[in-house]
Design a protein. Sequence first.
Length: 252
Amino acid sequence: MELPKITPSAIRAMKGRERIAALTAYDFPMAKLLDDAGVPLLLVGDSLGMVVLGYPDTTHVTMAEIEHHVRAVARAKPRALVAADLPYRSYETAEAAVANARRLTAAGAEAVKAEGGREIAPQIRAIVAAGIPFLGHLGMLPQHVVEEGGYRIKGKVEAEHAALVDDAQALVDAGAFAVVLELVTAPVAKELTAKISIPTIGIGSGADCDGQILVTTDLFGTSPGFIPKHVKLRLNLAEQMRAVVAEWRRSL
Ligand code: KIV
């Protein structure tokens, strides 16, 4: 019997019932593989700028680039829900947010993600009112890395803790179906998970979120840059690939 397609409501309903596994996918074969493995949420993340396109950070990723990768992932027709990142500066107004979210859904995304809390609530409301499911992203916001001067854990000081609580509630009120918490201190991530009615999906935010998301190349050990501290190396595929190439060359 074919299992039903995963919807945003299905992800939301997993809170308190089932841990949510989410991974990034940037192309057709990886989307197929992760879907076959039963991962319910695939994100065409703008991390693709760094791990696929060779940019120094996510601020260089364009709408056209995200659309291209969303199309590749959507061609796998996964059972998993496919969410896609609205890239840097593509959601500065409610009008731009809706127009660009529509471009991503036309390419095959079933939900969109953008970074921020109260400051983007009007954009989120407009996206949700346009019938497009919205996934939030709080904590360390990679699209702000240049102005923040690096990747830093959020929630250590009281002002950040209070802001995260207000931002998380603002996302719920604006209609998000779940929220990614990136590099939030474990106690604050645990508190947010208990406080809000939608699932929290952590990355580097401790074990107490409703789910976890990873950049897939970090899980497989093929990331071209540094491996973040929260990543437990389960496989060093890059090493194995190098060895296979060397063996093949010797066999010629
Ligand atoms: O772009 C991305 O891959 C992300 C995840 C790290 C959550 O936003």
